[in-house]
Write a protein that binds this ligand. Structure first.
Ligand code: SF4
Ligand code: SF4
Length: 407
């Protein structure tokens, strides 16, 4: 039958693979399973086979579905195969051609529910009740592990959408912040730190009310129409922004590729920056201070969508060092923690193995705090570390250090 949608993998990109196998040692699912079909090369071979008549059936869906979309393969590929984009395209075909159980619920969740601030607020209140009353038995088993990794919900926190905050000191630009979906309802502390640090860095901060979820989860799960609709809304909302600041690595990576998802998406993509990029620049340019070394230290975890998709490695380290902390590496290769959007629900076994391995790296580093700049990674780390180690965003740690130093 071949491909049936306009979003299908592009043959010239799939065929760019020269089958060299250099990506295999970097691929977490290949390392765990040893299966060629769980490797980047195997997945590309399966995509090429569809053009030759291989059906988009359960077997094809499984081969695509076991991919974390971590993009570790992209970084090492000598042929520059755009694997992330190609995998998103293959997932669109799976959604269009192979109708599995639970498909409608998945679409409702990532394509629709994440757009609703009201539903997200309700989810936060529900999680608050569960956390306060320790009512974990009320949560479906598949969600329990992930939800145990949630921060303590602040029931009083409201959406940051509509916020206008003036710069502290002479303004040097306007920063528009992506409020996001779960970031807005479950991670209010990261948003508060982001806005405060941006104001201290000399930005007037705005959070356009008309924005919505970035659409990354919908795109990763193959719901192209929903992902496109969300991208179009955000492109309009950020029409006048000089810089769009994102404090979730997964969302930032997606906005930086909006040229694939919205007619005017390239403009927003060009001005999108991760918060650690903006803060590190402000530190290097002396718009933000450096705290004297405190003698403290912090472990660092690199989210795949920061390290592999956005190629941001130094900036979070700069931010943590400016907080007076010594940064302790846990994994120089930056292997995926296994959270990966819906992966912990859809592929619990592989996700659990990767999460346990990442938690073991953190514990081996011997630190009481680990910094992570992505909500999914943060939840995965916390659910595997329990209360052994605090997990926080680098910008939260930087702001705490400024406040403790009286700066
Ligand atoms: S490294 Fe790139 S070219 Fe080589 S097998 Fe992997 S995807 Fe193909
Ligand atoms: S995106 Fe990650 S899991 Fe998927 S093939 Fe590439 S390295 Fe493997």
């Amino acid at each position: 039958m071949g491909w049936v949608t306009e979003h299908a993998p592009i043959a010239s990109e799939v065929n760019t693979c020269i089958q060299c196998g250099l990506c295999l040692p970097s691929c977490p699912t290949f390392r765990l399973t040893g299966r060629e079909t769980a490797s980047p090369r195997g997945r590309l071979t399966a995509m090429a086979a569809v053009v030759d008549g291989f059906p988009v059936d359960q077997s094809f869906a499984d081969i695509m579905g076991s991919c974390l979309q971590c993009r570790a393969c992209e970084v090492v590929c000598p042929a520059f195969v755009p694997f992330g984009k190609t995998m998103e395209a293959a997932r669109v075909e799976v959604s269009a051609q192979h109708h599995t159980r639970g498909r409608g619920v998945r679409r409702l969740l990532v394509g629709r529910a994440l757009r609703s601030r009201r539903l997200l607020r309700l989810s936060a209140l529900g999680a608050w009740v569960v956390q306060r009353g320790r009512l974990w038995f009320l949560v479906p088993k598949q969600l329990r592990g992930g939800l145990r990794g949630m921060r303590r919900i602040d029931a009083r926190a409201s959406s940051i959408a509509g916020t206008n905050r003036s710069s502290i000191g002479p303004p040097r630009g306007v920063a528009a912040v992506l409020s996001g979906c779960v970031m807005d309802s479950w991670f209010s502390g990261v948003h508060e730190a982001t806005i405060e640090v941006l104001a201290r860095a000399g930005y007037d901060v705005v959070v356009p009310n008309a924005q919505t979820c970035c659409g990354a989860l919908a795109a990763h799960d193959g719901w192209a129409d929903d992902a496109r609709a969300m991208a179009e809304i955000n492109v309009s909302a950020f029409e006048d922004a000089d810089v769009v600041v994102v404090n979730s690595a997964g969302c930032g990576a997606h906005l930086k590729e909006y040229e694939h998802w919205a007619d005017e998406g390239a403009r927003v993509a060009a001005v999108t920056r991760d918060i650690t990029e903006v803060v590190a620049d402000a530190i290097n340019s002396r718009y933000l201070p450096v705290v004297d070394a405190t003698g403290g230290s912090v472990a660092i975890q690199d989210p795949c969508h920061l390290r592999h998709a956005q190629r941001i490695i130094e900036q979070p380290r700069t931010v943590l060092e400016a907080a007076g902390l010594t940064v302790v590496e846990i994994d120089v290769a930056g292997q995926c923690c296994g959270a990966a959007g819906l992966y912990s629900i859809l592929e619990p076994e592989l996700s659990g193995q990767l999460g346990a391995a990442k938690a073991a790296q953190v514990v081996a580093a011997g630190q009481s705090v680990v910094a992570s700049a992505n909500p999914g990674c943060e939840m995965q780390l916390r659910s595997h570390l329990a209360d052994q180690v605090r997990v926080a965003h680098p910008v939260e740690l930087y702001l705490e250090a400024l406040q403790e130093a009286g700066l």
